[in-house]
Design a protein around this ligand. Structure first.
Ligand code: 5GP
Length: 208
């Protein structure tokens, strides 16, 4: 069982939504946080670094980690495995930190099931599908086939936006960052169910 002193902020949304830029923009304003670095079997992109963007592993290594129950959650996304390691998250939560995940809709469901009462979830998206396509093409990190896959994936993911607490439309980066900043600060105020129950018991301090 995970000690619930910290809280969780889940960020989902298509690649190209600007999640990383938004986090970088608000990083200095939201107090101490731990950004969960996922493990993936996807090949490293130009400009990415091991241990910074992801832990890059082979499929065999990933499957071994699944067997050893090292993941809080994992999913197959665009044909590659992505997973959140349990240990660092557990540590960060026990230190009372805000733990931020950049994970897909499947991951959000898994986190909701395991840590629902301390989780705030946000779906981040460009204003339209054509704008997403434009940003992915401009990024020049993916082949046309990969971009097409990401677009199809985004079409499916946007249908599940209602599963999130908040929707952030990243049209203007500064405006979207302002909204996300407020959400991240408020996420810290979430109180786990057992603490609420404890408070309610204590609150009844008049004997009848
Ligand atoms: P990308 O290949 O663009 O870095 O990420 C592709 C998708 O995988 C994104 O939607 C991202 O949020 C998701 N993703 C990254 N890490 C994880 C993870 O640990 N778990 C899950 N479920 N999804 C992840």
């Amino acid at each position: 069982m995970i000690e619930n002193n910290g809280v969780v902020l889940v960020l989902s949304g298509p690649s190209g939504a600007g999640k990383s830029s938004l986090i970088n923009k608000i990083a200095d304003d939201i107090g101490e946080f731990y950004f969960s670095i996922s493990t993936t079997t996807r090949p490293m992109r130009k400009g990415e670094e091991e241990g910074v963007h992801y832990h890059f592993v082979s499929e065999d290594e990933f499957k071994k980690d699944i067997e050893d129950e090292h993941f809080l959650e994992y999913a197959l996304v665009h044909g590659n495995y992505y997973g959140t390691s349990l240990k660092p998250v557990k540590e960060a939560l026990s230190e009372g930190k805000l733990v931020i995940f950049d994970i897909d809709v499947q991951g959000n469901t898994a986190i909701k099931n395991r840590l629902g009462d301390i989780t705030t979830s946000v779906f981040i998206t460009p204003p339209t599908l054509s704008e997403l396509k434009r940003r992915l093409e401009k990024r020049c990190t993916d082949t046309p086939e990969v971009i097409e896959n990401r677009i199809q994936m985004a079409r499916r993911e946007i249908q599940r936006t209602t599963e999130y607490d908040f929707l952030v439309i990243n049209d203007d980066l500064d405006v979207a960052a302002d909204v996300l900043r407020q959400i991240a600060i408020t996420a810290r105020l979430k109180i786990p169910q057992d603490r609420i129950n404890f408070f309610v018991q204590k609150w009844e301090d008049i004997e009848e």
